[in-house]
Design a protein around this ligand. Structure first.
Ligand code: NAP
Length: 378
């Protein structure tokens, strides 16, 4: 039987290489690494000579992209910045009926795909936002809802995301671009009875408590489309999402970029992205990369369910999350079609198990308390 073929757009980048590593180890698929420039691949990848292939073209050239899509079973897009590449890769896949998993995508691509879907519905999965944030940021809350609250009436959901790394320019560009909620400029906000409500700056901050090496972190309210979806799906009255970049210099750059609305145009996004690259690289001279999610669910019966997941890396974890998604898709474990975010595409429980097996989870803590009595649930 012929091996399934995966076209890895941006396969030579930070996320792409890690996704490839996972796919080479956990599937039999043949990988084509696509980028504009020829790059040497690390030995962990180049040793699989019989399963890899490289190709150079610009994905913004839609004709070249469509030619490459012929005879491809799955596209894994780790190319960026997502805010510049936009929806063209996903739309080409939709047109030619090729499934795609996209590391970026973010809210604008998701919205654009849903618009196109009204005219012509897709027969293949188009998975947007597969990574950590967005990505696991929706899957882990969905996992906790699934694990702890079967049949329970959930009153509120509170989610905290913290992370740090030396961001690539492409990742930094997308981080800055997202600071203005992709044109919506919702400011500090939360969800109440399906309405997005603004919060004053003085009330927008809180603290997240994680085990060492993270400890206590100051976080601020942010908007997360995945959590809005989850809250609406489960009829949750109040949902609050907080986030923080844990590198002090990176956090400062993000704050400046937000205050001065540097997310407004490509020129200022590019400038802030360069600052963020430098600042985050300096942060990482003395710190290690880390990413963590904390979720608290309050139920009508007064039970409180709490969960934390801690990952020791960000790029490796992002690549492995994409790899797991691709493996599940190639194994026909993902049966939905059309545009969807990661948490809509996968079974959260199964996904977290695969993530633990991939060896990137440094901590997974679940607990529940009832009338202030704490007890371990798992
Ligand atoms: N969801 C998440 O949690 C998460 C986390 C991290 C990153 N991301 C997203 O993942 C994407 C990649 O980030 P990264 O940090 O891996 O970036 P990166 O290291 O700079 O890699 C980008 C890759 O894309 C290729 N590329 C860029 N423009 C291209 C074009 N026009 N045509 C063909 N290939 C092109 C690059 O090679 P050439 O320059 O040689 O073309 C490189 O292989 C970004 O959109 C980022 O926002 C998501």
């Amino acid at each position: 039987m012929q091996a399934q073929s995966v076209l890895l757009l941006g396969g030579t980048g930070q996320v792409g290489l890690k996704a490839a590593e996972y796919l080479l180890e956990h599937t039999q698929a043949a990988l084509t690494f696509a980028s504009r420039r020829k790059a040497s691949l690390p030995s962990a990848i180049s040793q699989h000579q019989d399963r890899i292939n490289t190709v150079q073209f610009d994905v913004q050239n839609t004709d070249d992209l469509k030619t490459q899509l012929e005879n491809t079973d799955l596209v894994v897009a780790c190319v960026g910045p997502s805010g510049i590449i936009g929806d063209q890769i996903v739309l080409a896949c939709k047109e030619l009926g090729v499934p795609i998993i996209d590391a970026g995508g973010y809210d604008p691509v998701y919205a654009s795909l849903h618009e196109h879907e009204k005219k012509h519905s897709s027969e293949v999965p188009l998975i947007i936002n597969a990574g950590l944030l967005p990505g696991l940021s929706g899957v882990f809350p969905a996992y906790l809802i699934q694990q702890c609250s079967r049949g329970a009436d959930i009153k509120s959901l509170e989610v905290q995301y913290v992370g740090r790394d030396a961001w690539s320019y492409n990742s930094a560009w997308d981080i800055i671009n997202g600071l203005g909620d992709f044109g919506h400029e919702r400011g500090f906000c939360y969800l109440e009875n399906q309405q997005v409500k603004r919060e004053k700056f003085s009330k927008a901050g809180t603290k997240a408590h994680f085990p060492a090496p993270i400890g206590t972190a100051s976080t601020m309210l942010i908007y997360a489309e995945e959590i809005v979806q989850l809250a609406n799906e489960h009829d949750i009255q109040t949902a609050k999402v907080y986030g923080a970049n844990l590198g002090p210099r990176a956090m400062f750059v993000c704050m400046i970029a937000k205050i001065f609305k540097m997310y407004k145009n490509h020129k200022t996004i590019a400038r802030a992205a360069r600052w963020l690259c430098k600042a985050s690289a300096k942060d990482m001279r003395k710190l290690d990369p880390i990413y963590a999610v904390d979720v608290q669910i309050k139920c009508a019966d007064k039970r409180v369910h709490h969960g934390q997941i801690i990952l020791e890396d960000t790029y490796q974890a992002t690549g492995f999350i994409i790899g797991i998604t691709a493996k599940q898709l190639l194994n026909n474990q993902i049966t939905k079609t059309g545009p969807m975010m990661l948490h809509e595409a996968v079974d959260a429980n199964h996904f977290i198990k695969d993530l633990e097996q991939a060896g990137v989870v440094a901590g997974l803590i679940l607990s529940k308390s009832d009338n202030n009595t704490k007890q371990e649930a798992a």
